[in-house]
Design a protein around this ligand. Structure first.
Ligand SMILES: Cc1cc2nc3c(=O)[nH]c(=O)nc-3n(C[C@H](O)[C@H](O)[C@H](O)COP(=O)(O)OP(=O)(O)OC[C@H]3O[C@@H](n4cnc5c(N)ncnc54)[C@H](O)[C@@H]3O)c2cc1C
Length: 407
């Protein structure tokens, strides 16, 4: 791709965004739960983005993408930085199941699902975690049993972000309990509107319901719904988890997030707490930390676009982002001063900071906890001894520890 064509793509992106996208300063920060009207508006915006040629920029043309290079993707990202694109409900589908289907799905799956995902016609969720299988997700007990050409799915998932407005989900289920836990798992595409699927939103401390518990009661999965190979779902799960860490770890916190340096320093100036030396020092440290997390995320994103596997450095970005969020909470406390005790008392900026502080611990759990990221970094970056994994060689149905199997 010539430099000239990248420049003309950038120019086209710049004028399209100026005419069609809300600027960050005009947009309200999402709290993770768009209402039904918000979901419809996001579908509409994603369709416009697609029709204008700015969705799936590097995805192959035959699957609905633009078939362009990383140079155009980077140019679009740079131009879009000042805008709050209302596309949050597609974050999971396009960041996790989409790339996994691209890498491991069948030709029929790529043709059927990817264009509609890109065009915002179908929303996707990721169904991995279960009540007794989170960090150790390979201990999952949701089962899929062959029934002729189809599969019968039974079990429960939990913490499924966006399941309440999803059309499809990528789910991992146990298909062979007689082999060690990582070897008997298969990844499927499940229709979230199929008979036997029940979605129950879970309310979190902020009052919103960003995620759900999902029950599967004899749900029929067609033969063509397997992503990758039967009983090789762990390989597909690893691809999806890798994409998840990079997607979450490199998204950064927008300047307008209530806990960003930009927002907190403006609030400190307004409340008068910014004059305090200790508050100013904390704000300066937040600025430095935020900047380094953002630049590291940008580096990984650009490397990933250039086709380089970020490996365990995705865990470094994920951990650094989660720790930044928690340190920003402490800075927020200092900035608010007495207002933290009095509450917002109708001040929307203070209310937004308090809500963001309440929601922040989720960042050290979503996409794998901080402890799990440290284990990965310890083993794969620092070369420390591997977790012994005593249950790795034992058939799943003979395990007694670390699973619900108490027989
Ligand atoms: C905002 C949010 C969105 C989410 N969205 C989704 C989603 O869309 N789909 C989905 O499938 N899941 C989702 N999750 C679930 C998330 O992946 C799990 O919560 C996470 O993997 C941890 O699992 P758990 O909650 O079962 O905790 P557990 O695994 O039970 O962990 C409990 C504690 O033990 C620690 N621990 C566990 N194992 C080890 C170990 N080996 N070494 C050291 N410490 C350990 C953990 O760090 C943690 O502190 C979401 C979670 C959040 C908070």
């Amino acid at each position: 791709m010539s430099e000239q064509s990248v420049t003309s793509f950038r120019d086209r992106a710049r004028s399209w965004l100026a005419a069609n996208a809300p600027r960050r300063s005009d947009a309200q920060e999402p709290d993770g739960e768009p209402q039904a009207a918000g979901v419809a508006a996001q579908r509409e915006f994603q369709a416009k983005l697609y029709d204008a040629g700015f969705a799936g920029i590097t995805w192959p043309k035959e699957y609905g993408g633009q078939g362009l290079t990383n140079a155009e993707q980077i140019a679009f990202g740079e131009e879009a930085r000042g805008y709050a694109l209302p596309t949050g409900v597609f974050f999971i589908g396009l960041g996790m199941p989409g790339p996994t289907i691209l890498e491991m799905g069948s030709e029929a799956q790529k043709k059927r699902y990817l264009p509609k995902m890109l065009r915002g016609e179908e929303i996707w969720c990721q169904l991995f975690s279960e009540p007794a299988a989170g960090s150790d997700v390979a201990s999952l007990t949701t089962s899929a049993v062959r029934d002729g050409d189809e599969w019968l799915l039974n079990g429960q998932k939990v913490w499924t972000s966006g399941a309440q407005w999803s059309d499809y989900g990528a789910i991992i289920a146990r298909t062979d309990p007689t082999v060690p836990k990582h070897n008997g798992i298969t990844m499927f595409i499940v229709d979230m509107h199929a008979p036997g699927v029940t979605v129950r939103p879970l309310k979190v401390a902020t009052g919103s319901s960003p995620f759900n518990e999902v029950f599967f009661d004899n749900v029929r999965l067609p033969a063509g719904s397997v992503i990758g190979e039967v009983n090789n779902g762990w390989a597909a799960a690893v691809v999806m988890l890798r994409n998840e860490r990079v997607t979450i770890g490199t998204m950064g916190s927008p300047r307008t997030s209530p806990l960003s340096y930009h927002s907190l320093s403006a609030l400190a100036a307004r409340l008068g707490t910014g004059a305090d030396v200790e508050v100013a020092r904390r704000l300066a440290r937040l600025y430095a930390r935020e900047r380094s997390v953002r630049l590291f995320g940008q580096l990984l994103r650009e490397e990933a676009m250039a086709g380089r596997d970020p490996g365990a450095r995705g865990s470094v970005a994920k951990l650094a982002g989660a720790e930044l969020a928690m340190s920003a909470c402490e800075v927020a406390e200092a900035v608010l001063g007495q207002a933290v005790v009095a509450g917002g008392a109708g001040d929307p900026e203070i209310d937004a900071v308090i809500m963001a502080v309440i929601g922040s611990p989720g960042s050290s759990v979503a996409g794998g906890t901080n402890e799990i990221q440290r284990n990965i970094i310890g083993e794969r970056v620092l070369g420390l001894a591997k977790d012994p994994g005593v249950d790795r060689g034992t058939p799943f149905n003979q395990l007694r520890v670390g699973t619900l199997n108490t027989k």
